[in-house]
Design a protein around this ligand. Structure first.
Ligand code: SAM
Length: 246
């Protein structure tokens, strides 16, 4: 890694060590946490936020679709389908954090298909429903994550797909698919991430399975940057809207 890369990582680690402030509105807390690390955000998160490319691939984006990312940050995930952008109807990127959205604005300056919205993922709604809606490591940073999922369900077209990739913690006794963690790991990671406003939940994946018909579920673990030998659990979920009972 170059010297600039090392220094950038140190800036990110310093922000993480300070943690998310406990006071102020959600938008101001996010701005003071992410502001000092915004320019270094993408490079560091390449090593931490696993499974994002897999999620985008599993969503099978196609021509004419409207796509929404809730909690989109710098818009990095759009790079995974940049070559398809011209064929899509529109990509809406929603986030509350001004410094990260500023990075996204630089990234997509003048691009006619990408529209940025500084808004809350628990409330923002599109003019027309979208065929693809996804969250990438955002629900664990949204305290009322169930409200964000319900809001996303409303934004999703009836024939659409929702995707989520996020950290998780295994429930006691293991998940429905047999994913388990040792007692130490089950307690260590939630404490570790909580300092940065990232709340690991064993309820997130079951709630997604309750609200949507699962199409794909993977429960995996990925390496932690700067912590050799440590692995953090995450999941990839793709689901479709459940039919309304008549
Ligand atoms: C860990 S970052 C993930 C960013 C991006 N999705 C990615 O994969 O790189 C979590 C994002 O959720 C955003 N966020 C947190 N609470 C939010 C809310 N209530 N509404 C919209 N965005 C929110 C943060 O500002 C941040 O950009």
């Amino acid at each position: 890694m170059s010297l600039a890369g090392w220094l950038g990582d140190l800036r990110v680690i310093a922000s993480m060590a300070r943690g998310l402030p406990g006071q102020g509105s959600a938008a101001s807390q996010l701005a003071s946490f992410y502001g000092p690390q915004a320019a270094d955000y993408d490079r560091f998160r390449e090593k931490l936020l696993h499974g994002r490319a897999d999620l985008i691939a599993a969503l099978q984006l196609g021509p004419g679709q409207r796509v929404i990312e809730f909690g989109a940050g710098t818009g990095r995930n759009v790079e995974y389908f940049r070559d398809q952008l011209d064929g899509l109807a529109q990509v809406d990127l929603i986030d509350l954090c001004a410094p990260l959205l500023e990075q996204a604005a630089q990234r997509f300056a003048g691009h006619p298909r990408v529209v940025l919205h500084r808004a809350d993922a628990t409330a923002w709604q599109p003019v027309e429903p979208a065929q693809r809606v996804y969250f990438s490591y955002a629900l664990s940073m949204i305290p009322p994550w169930f409200a964000a999922i319900d809001n996303a369900e409303q934004a999703l077209a009836d024939d659409g797909l929702i995707g989520v990739v996020d950290f998780q913690v295994a429930p006691r006794g293991g998940s429905a698919r047999g994913f388990r963690q040792g007692r130490l790991a089950r307690h260590l990671w939630p404490l570790w991430f909580d300092h940065d406003g990232v709340r690991l939940s064993a309820d997130l994946l079951p709630y997604l399975c309750h609200r949507f018909e699962p199409v794909l579920i993977r429960e995996l673990q990925g390496p932690m940057p700067w912590m050799p030998g440590f692995k953090v659990p995450y999941f990839v979920f793709v689901g479709r809207k459940r039919r309304k009972e008549s």
